[in-house]
Design a protein around this ligand. Structure first.
Ligand code: GAL
Length: 374
């Protein structure tokens, strides 16, 4: 099955925009393997917009030979030789968002071309759609075109929540938001906008909250002020918990140890990639300052997350959960063995409820193992 779990990988857009080339993409593939990301599940290396010549040649999209001198098939082979998967980008309109040729009216021949290049993932944007075109069904058309190739290609719709291009339109992930920028307001606004949306997550159909900004520190194409390490951790914890694809956007050659540690957080990745693939559910929130989510996991476990978004507050916030809100009433005799998913710390066994305090911008994520009475 394609995208049974949220896709994980790296994409060129957030940091590099149009400053991409073959050597850069190869170096990112090298880093993904040598620095240990691949072993954690990061597997797609995705080239975003700006890779082609400005015009089609004989009706075909052609990789810019000045940037990709050996062509896309050679790059694809290199990526595959590292045990990774290859992602590319096109758009449902007549031009991509950056003004390059795109797939409107060429869906079936472009899909064939991508399959010949060994593409495993297609990000499909939504700029420059002709007024006379059938925008509502544009994603269905490309979904059919990709299927017609016979190759397994993950279809990553990117039309910012318009025309509901979710699972019903054949997408394996669907961007339901505008673009992320590298600052705390951006990731918090995206999170708040998706709180109601994530219950639609299911195997083969993931709500894409946009690529990660962890470790960008204000550099690159969508770099604005950057975030603190605590905020990058919160952003990663939110994306992981809510079931978003985890697509790194930073320059992997420049990631510092603190930010690498965030992207390597096994407990958070485990929640994102859990075998049961359940969507999370909102337990409680206090306006837009504090959120509590839970998610059923495999192995009789439940993940619980508390997010404090109120950066402006001077004081820590009390957060907590009554197990009644998880359907666990005290007379059942069920106890919960809690582990901190971020630090790995054993928090002990609890019977009715759990409470703690978290600082501004802090997140507490817990994995609870159910202990049933004998
Ligand atoms: C936007 C998209 C971004 C990026 C950009 C490329 O529409 O949301 O993620 O792909 O286009 O031009």
């Amino acid at each position: 099955m394609i995208a049974k779990k949220p896709p994980m990988g790296w994409n060129s857009w957030n940091t590099f925009g149009d400053k991409i080339n073959e050597q850069l993409i190869k170096e990112m593939a090298d880093r993904i393997v040598e620095d240990g990301y691949r072993d954690l599940g990061y597997e797609y290396i995705i080239i975003d917009d700006c890779w082609s010549l400005r015009e089609r040649v004989d009706g075909k999209l052609v990789a810019d030979p000045a940037l990709f001198p050996n062509g896309m098939k050679a790059l694809s082979d290199y990526i595959h030789s590292k045990g990774l998967k290859f992602g590319m980008y096109s758009c449902a309109g007549t031009k991509t968002c950056a003004g390059y040729p795109s797939s409107y009216g060429h869906e079936f021949s472009d899909a064939k071309q991508f399959a010949e290049w060994g593409v495993d993932y297609l990000k499909y944007d939504f700029c420059n759609f002709p007024v006379s075109g059938d925008a509502k069904n544009a994603y269905l058309t490309m979904a059919m075109a990709l299927r017609s190739t016979g190759r397994d290609i993950l279809f990553a719709a990117c039309n910012w929540g318009m025309y509901d291009p979710s699972g019903s339109h054949g997408a394996h992930s669907y961007r339901s938001t505008g673009d992320i920028f590298d600052g705390p307001k951006s990731y918090k606004d995206l999170f708040i906008s998706q709180v109601e949306n994530v219950e639609n997550n299911a195997p083969g159909c993931w709500n894409d909250m946009d690529m990660l900004i962890v470790g960008m520190h204000g550099n690159g194409n969508v770099g604005i002020g950057g975030c603190s390490d605590l905020q990058y951790l919160q952003h990663f914890a939110m994306w992981a918990f809510l079931g978003s694809p985890l697509i790194i956007g930073a320059d992997l050659r420049k990631l510092d140890e603190a930010n690498k540690k965030i992207l390597f957080c096994k407990g958070l990745i485990e929640i994102n990639q859990d075998e049961e693939c359940r969507p999370p559910f909102l337990v409680d929130h206090d306006d837009t300052r504090k959120y509590t989510f839970a998610k059923l996991l495999s192995g009789n476990r439940i993940a619980i997350a508390f997010f404090n978004l109120a950066a402006e507050d001077q004081w820590t916030q009390n957060v907590g959960i009554c197990f009644d809100d998880l359907g666990i009433h005290s007379e059942s005799g069920i106890r919960l063995q809690l582990t901190d998913a971020i630090t790995g710390e054993d928090l002990g066994i609890y019977e009715d409820s759990y409470a703690t305090k978290i600082a501004p911008d802090e997140s507490k994520v817990i994995i609870a193992q159910l202990i049933f009475p004998e």
